[in-house]
Design a binder for this molecule. Structure first.
Ligand SMILES: C[S@@+](CC[C@H](N)C(=O)[O-])C[C@H]1O[C@@H](n2cnc3c(N)ncnc32)[C@H](O)[C@@H]1O
Length: 267
């Protein structure tokens, strides 16, 4: 305990322990500074069981869509993850990879211009084994993709026949209200009759990539997803994936996979 100041002396000001400023809202974090290489190393250098589960879930939906019948799709907050793009490439003639972070966009552009890193091939082999309408070469599948700078909040309503989102709305804010707003922007970007596909980390608090800074996240469960998506969708399905012990410890309890349709006539 510090002794109280003697009468007439100014109070002693103790230096504050340095405290990390943890971003809370989406705009507080510097998405241009996303640690692309460390993130790829931690998550996508090999095909983890949880990502295989996402691919199987999405392939079951894509197989039910006639090849080439979706004129334009969007993957929201693509980051450096190529597998949601490749999975969409039979059903969709064009796929916008929407991404606010400059480093992630630069990575995506390099992959499209110079050919994908060989680490992505096992992901594509699985996609193609589940959806034979995909072209033989991964580079051909990715030729449907264009990289688009931007964020969920700026998406025009009813622009796309299909939207997908992989570990984004719950992994970019600590605010439940902002999470819901991001999910609503995602859903509203799809035309009536169009499809929604998404994967969420379940129960994940703010997290670090390697020993980098803290990134904002909101622990969500099935109830939170139903609350935001049920009023905006039809045929809502949510599937739980068990926690993957081969991933780094992000504090999550597994994943939640979502598929739904926007109410209304065909896309
Ligand atoms: C946890 S990473 C997920 C990356 C990738 N989708 C994946 O499956 O690994 C979150 C991503 O969301 C992006 N992001 C952050 N705020 C966003 C927003 N408001 N709208 C869309 N994407 C956003 C980040 O730049 C980052 O690429």
């Amino acid at each position: 305990m510090t002794a109280p100041p003697a009468p007439g002396e100014p109070p002693v000001r103790r230096p504050r322990a340095p405290r990390e400023h943890a971003p809370r809202f989406n705009a507080d974090a510097d998405w241009d500074a996303w640690p692309v290489d460390a993130y790829l190393r931690e998550n996508y250098r090999e095909l983890h069981p949880c990502d295989a589960a996402v691919i199987r879930h999405h392939a079951a939906v894509y197989r039910g869509i006639a090849p080439g019948s979706v004129a334009s799709a969007v993957e929201c907050g693509t980051g450096p993850n190529l597998y949601p793009l490749m999975a969409a490439a039979a059903a969709c003639r064009r796929i916008d990879a929407l991404e606010p972070g400059a480093g992630n966009r630069a990575y995506l552009r390099r992959q499209l211009a110079h050919g994908p890193d060989p680490a992505w091939q096992p992901f594509y082999d699985l996609c193609r084994s589940l959806d034979p309408a995909l072209p033989p070469a991964l580079a051909t599948a990715l030729s449907r993709v264009r990289v688009v700078p931007g964020a969920l909040g700026g998406l025009p309503e009813r622009r796309y026949g299909l939207a997908s989102m992989t570990f984004v709305a719950e992994s970019v804010t600590t605010s439940a209200a902002e999470f819901a707003e991001l999910c609503r922007a995602f859903a509203r970007a799809v035309r009536p009759g169009g499809r929604l596909l998404a994967a969420f980390m379940a129960g994940m608090p703010s997290y670090r990539i390697a020993d980098g800074p803290l990134w904002p996240a909101l622990p969500v469960g099935e109830d939170a997803l139903r609350a935001v998506f049920a009023p905006l969708t039809a045929s809502l399905r949510i599937t739980r994936v068990a926690k993957d012990p081969t991933l780094p410890e992000y504090g999550d309890t597994g994943m939640l996979l979502l598929s739904a349709t926007r109410p209304g006539p065909g896309a």
